[in-house]
Write a new protein. Structure first.
Length: 347
């Protein structure tokens, strides 16, 4: 059994589905009032498993606490999760609606036009959804005190972003101004801020891990030429010692903003992701391939050096916050823009 749910039916159907047992929710964002409306009897059932996203600022920390954070071990987060999947023993709903008033409309009429499909229990879609949920559940992380604090920061940054376009002085040579003025222009583009330099030993470790992983594939994908290229990969294009979480979220195209430890000057480099590996000790590694044409695709006519000079002073505030760890990563323009609006140049 399956049924299409229009915007007029979806909210009520989700609320009804959540009255069942064996709850499984992979829903990116949880907004104000979601928990009290979906779980009116003192929060979610004890055996409910819930996964959300904390990186994009769309989940209200108050709702996380209502879901039991930081003590609920069945409440997890997965960076980059954008799904809206609701499951109980009564069936499955896959849809476009987050657990928010805008999406479901439990405080007042939903502001967004959403839609979805309802599938009965023990259907092919239902069973596939359960298998998919367990797969991402195993790679998700519990929302502990640290994750809850990061969620609070992301939430506040998102709220601070409401005045982006009305207050921003634009410098046509500034990459950071462009990101904050129009973050959707950089959707799917990552931003890596780094002060460190990789070594040939780290390159060799990464090359060996990538080659070994490919060799163990049922059908190896790397040619002999590509395997040889791994061993000679430019050390300057090796991104080493990152969190595995960053590596999982790293998009195909990205900008590297690098500041030398001695010169203290910013430089920009434009890349595509070539290979990744997670080494023993949870050390995330990435090999990048330079793509100067990426800059032109953003619509910039200035050279990378000119852009870096325009942003050098502004970027110093970013690096001041990452000096202890040496680098930080934003998976898309929206994440970076939400961070930038908290800094002095854009307040």
């Amino acid at each position: 059994m399956s049924k299409f749910l229009s915007d007029l039916e979806l909210g009520a159907a989700i609320i009804e589905l959540m009255k069942g047992s064996e709850l499984r929710c992979a829903v990116a964002f949880w907004g104000n009032g979601a928990v009290s409306e979906l779980f009116p009897d003192d929060g979610p059932p004890e055996n409910a498993k819930i996964i959300c996203d904390l990186t994009m600022g769309g989940t209200n920390p108050k709702e996380l606490k209502a879901l039991g954070a930081p003590d609920n071990k069945k409440l997890k987060h997965l960076p980059g999760l954008h799904a809206k999947v609701y499951i109980s023993d009564q069936g499955l709903i896959t849809c476009s609606a987050n657990a928010s008033n805008n999406g479901i409309g439990f405080l007042d009429a939903a502001r967004l036009v959403e839609a979805g499909t309802l599938h009965g229990p023990n259907t092919s879609a239902y069973n596939s959804a359960l298998r998919w949920f367990e797969k991402i559940w195993n790679i998700s992380e519990v929302i502990d005190d640290s994750a809850l604090s990061r969620a609070q920061v992301a939430w506040e940054r998102r709220k601070a972003g409401n005045a982006w376009r009305t207050t921003l002085p634009r410098d046509p040579a500034s990459l950071l101004d462009a990101v904050i003025a129009d973050p959707m222009r950089f959707r799917g583009v990552g931003f890596a801020f780094s002060t460190g330099n990789s070594t040939s030993e780290q390159r060799d470790e990464t090359a060996e891990a990538v080659a070994t992983k490919d060799k163990n594939n049922h059908i190896p994908l790397l040619s002999s030429t590509e395997r040889k290229a791994l061993k000679k990969w430019p050390v300057g294009d090796v991104f080493s010692e990152w969190e595995p979480e960053d590596i999982r979220r790293w998009p195909e195209h990205f900008v590297c903003a690098h500041r030398g430890v001695r010169a203290q000057r910013l430089s920009y480099w434009f890349y595509e992701r070539a290979h990744t590996a997670v080494l023993e000790g949870e050390r995330g590694m990435l090999l990048g391939r330079r793509r100067p044409g990426l800059k032109r695709s953003f619509g910039f006519s200035n050279g990378a050096k000119t852009m870096a000079e325009a942003d050098n002073d502004k970027a110093s505030q970013i690096f001041a916050q990452i000096d202890k760890i040496g680098h930080t990563f934003f998976a898309n323009g929206e994440e970076l823009a939400r961070f930038l609006v908290t800094l002095a140049p854009w307040r």
